[in-house]
Design a protein around this ligand. Sequence first.
Ligand code: PLP
Length: 434
Amino acid sequence: MTHDPASLHARHQSVLPSWLSLYYERPLELTHGEGRHVWDAEGNRYLDFFGGILTTMTAHALPEVTKAVAEQAGRIIHTSTLYLSRPMVELAERIAALSGIPDARVFFTTSGTEANDAALLLATTYRRSNQVLAMRNSYHGRSFSTVGITGNQSWSPTSLSPLQTLYVHGGVRSRGPYAGLSDDAYTEACVADLEDMLQQTAGGVAALIAEPVQGVGGFTMPPDGLYAAFREVLARHGILWISDEVQTGWGRTGDHFWGWQAHAENGPPDMLTFAKGIGNGMSIGGVVARAEVMDSLSANSISTFGGSPVTMAAGLANLGYLLEHDLQGNARRVGGLLIERLRAVAAGLDLVREVRGRGLMIGIELVRPGTDERSPEAASLVLEAARERGLLIGKGGQGGASLRIAPPMTLTIAEAEEGADLLADALRAAQGRL
Ligand code: PLP
């Protein structure tokens, strides 16, 4: 078999949408992966610090997952939700038990977008209102309804304001931005905004949806406890809290299994959505909700591909591996070391404004050296320089000026150190070119 990435790129351009973004000026064709590494069509090996956009949760080609997929595919590939499948029930049981949501029910979808769509449908049906609050700089998907709650500039049809606003329909704006405030003052200001918004909407809001750590928004974190403070206000008004855990779930942030647990003081969310990592690359998503919320839809709904036995088998094997090997603990230890290393590197570089993050979810915000101006150009240069050195990283957030680091959660200390060195070198090379 011959590989010709250039001709593949030309074919890509002639059949796929122009708005499907490709990283790298010379597009990268990946052919296989193993552990924390992937290979391209020219035989180059890369240390993968982006894990297929946080989807390769444990490792590339994890034998346990590959075996489970092959065995299930050999038995039956598709059943639909009209019939029972053992892997679907078993994975639902495990996720319900882990969710922290009492009397939990699980609905499986095939992506995070669809999971959030389902959560919106459930919340708006349960509350008989079609208004939903979302955060500025958020990303919840790209379907018709999830674009409406996505504040990230590249996807939002409207430019949403800082704490931020909302709305599937209508436009109350919050004040903000709150950068520079202490955590307590930030939380207080946001809560005051929330109260204002709820007054302006006369209690007609169904839900607030938020990512505990904003993923596409550049791995930005609100202060711990922000959503606990929101929760108290929301509960008073009977409004649902939906925690979008598509990027933060399964212990990636190290300290907690779910991102909402950094905001747990006033109880769990009413719903959480998940996707990406649990399938280790298989198409999966889902919603966990309290039974009374989940059951607000009328009977006779189906999902043709949600809960597919092959995907569920992958999820069970992947989750089993994650728990048996305490990958949350690994994310805390190795991620902590990586953050420390990267902060030390950043201290000597003018183009880094901030290294932030938790566990194996690390954002690096870049500026034009000698200025305070965010620099998407710097991010692109670092991405290219890292590729040249055999390291794949992500970017996004802050207008494209942030790098995103989220390796598979089996990352070893030696790999973290190697990746930090490669990235340090790439940052220095990019700084030299700015
Ligand atoms: N929610 C969050 C927080 C995400 O980061 C994403 C995707 O990046 C989505 C939802 C959408 O998930 P998917 O791309 O699987 O539709």
